[in-house]
Design a protein. Structure first.
Length: 228
């Protein structure tokens, strides 16, 4: 007999009508939903329990949703986060995505689309659940503990640097364009002028060490590739 565990989702939303609407739609899709109505409790739940996905409003009593997300990422909690908010300006979306959000939806919204986006994030996070250790040359990434080593020596990375390294390792040997990195690592699929890719790659190269063999190479006119 196989025991099937339903995904657990944390919804931090202070509008009761929206909460009931979202909870009903998600639970009908086979997802267990825990609802919290303010940012202070939402932060406590997000940091103290294990979730398969978190949905955050941006404007909340107590702590705002962006602060909750930043706290999660500062503790290297890489649970997928989807913002569901009325803050629809490009600066708001960019701020959310830059700080580690995995998706961003604007209110009012279609419930079917929200459910579909949640299911995509769940598939994306669970598709690699049986792979716990990744290796490229002498670099090792433990996906459970988020520990990184090079030649046995520990490498300390910030959350976004970890995401970038994981993306390179999953696509080792493939040339990745700047547009691909912005879309898949920072989830910026709209035009934006930023040097965030170059800055993070520079930091990642430095932290992986100058003594070892270079692993992240620039392919002029095309992008970057991770290979020995």
């Amino acid at each position: 007999m196989t025991l099937v565990t339903r995904p657990r989702l944390l919804l931090v939303e202070d509008d009761h009508a929206t909460t009931d609407y979202v909870r009903q739609g998600l639970e009908e899709s086979g997802i267990d939903v825990v609802c919290v109505a303010n940012g202070t409790d939402g932060s406590q739940h997000a940091l103290s329990q294990t979730w398969d996905i978190v949905i955050l409003d941006r404007m909340l009593p107590g702590l705002d949703g962006l602060t909750i997300l930043m706290r999660m990422r500062s503790y290297a909690i890489m649970t997928p986060v989807l913002f569901l908010t009325t803050m629809d300006g490009v600066p708001s979306r960019v701020a959310g995505l830059r700080h580690g959000a995995d998706d961003y939806m604007i209110k009012p919204f279609a419930l079917r689309e929200l459910v579909a986006r949640v299911q995509v994030l769940l598939r994306r996070s669970s598709s690699f659940q049986h792979t716990t250790i990744m290796n490229v040359a002498d670099v090792e990434l433990n996906l459970l503990t988020l520990a990184v080593t090079r030649n046995g020596e520990k490498v300390l990375l910030q959350p976004q640097e970890l995401k970038l390294l994981e993306y390179f390792m999953r696509n080792a040997g493939t040339v990745l364009s700047r547009k691909m990195l912005l879309k898949d690592v920072w989830h910026m699929d709209f035009p934006v002028r930023t040097n965030i890719v170059e800055t993070h790659i520079c930091r990642l190269r430095e932290k992986l060490g100058q003594d070892g063999q270079p692993l992240i190479h620039t392919v002029r006119g095309s992008g970057y590739v991770m290979s020995a």
